[in-house]
Design a protein. Structure first.
Length: 243
């Protein structure tokens, strides 16, 4: 996936920048990777590509030297999650999401034990607001529910969480109080200054999210829908370099 004949700037991409390959086909995802490989440190493969040979693409990209984030949000009985996580660990990918439920997170941790695959618990989706949580029978606000699930993630022994940038500072505070300075905070809902929010209810700029404690930023449409995806990714990386 890295065109050897093409000359690119001699600097590594920012490993904190995760480009979401939320595209209809594997061919479109490959084209985006080929356009942005020198600007992006990670690629996220979500459910859309999962439905069209996402695992094959993950192995292909990994073989090409890219870091891979499997955003598949596993949620099932513990035994099933443990077995699925163990299979995914064998692919050599880097990050895997599961729903932040105690049994699910603990099972995933067992499944990936001894591998390089890190497990992230998805706390509260960034498209949800307080009214959405009330409709789903939650009495807690998004911020308080994230705190609750972060503590459960720490107890389960997983590697980090996915949360909105608005909760990043509090997540970092809770993790440090537990002696987990290595705890990953992966934040979707990141938009460059002036960009459309799309379906993200709790968004922030790249610089703000990193200053608040995020370790990785997931950015999709501001890159994939740009006229020049590489230029868009490099511009975002430039904002991130300020932190």
């Amino acid at each position: 996936m890295t065109p050897a004949a093409e000359v690119r700037p001699n600097r590594p991409p920012d490993p904190r920048l995760i480009c979401a390959l939320d595209l209809p086909t594997v061919a479109e995802a490959r084209a985006l990777v080929e356009a942005t490989w020198d600007a992006v440190g990670f690629y996220k493969i979500g459910l859309q590509l999962f439905a069209s040979d996402g695992m094959g693409l993950a192995r292909e990209l990994k073989a090409g030297g890219h870091r891979i984030f499997l955003d598949w949000k596993l949620h099932d009985i513990g035994a099933t999650v443990e077995k699925a996580a163990a299979v995914l660990a064998e692919a050599g990918c880097d990050l895997l999401t599961v729903h932040a439920r105690p049994q699910v997170m603990a099972a995933a941790a067992r499944g990936v034990a001894g591998s390089g695959l890190k497990v992230l618990g998805v706390t509260v989706l960034t498209s949800l607001d307080a009214d959405d949580l009330i409709a789903d029978d939650h009495s807690l606000s998004p911020a308080l529910l994230v705190e609750h699930r972060v503590r459960q993630a720490l107890e389960a022994g997983i590697d980090g969480v996915v949360s909105s940038p608005h909760e990043a500072a509090r997540v970092r505070e809770i993790a440090r109080a537990s002696g987990r300075d290595d705890f990953l905070i992966v934040t979707p809902g990141v938009r460059p200054a002036g960009a459309a929010l799309d379906d993200q209810a709790r968004a922030a700029t790249p610089e703000q999210a990193l200053r608040d404690g995020a370790t990785h930023l997931v950015i999709g449409r501001p890159i994939s829908a740009a006229t020049d995806p590489r230029a868009a990714a490099l511009a975002i990386a430039g904002q991130m370099a300020l932190v």
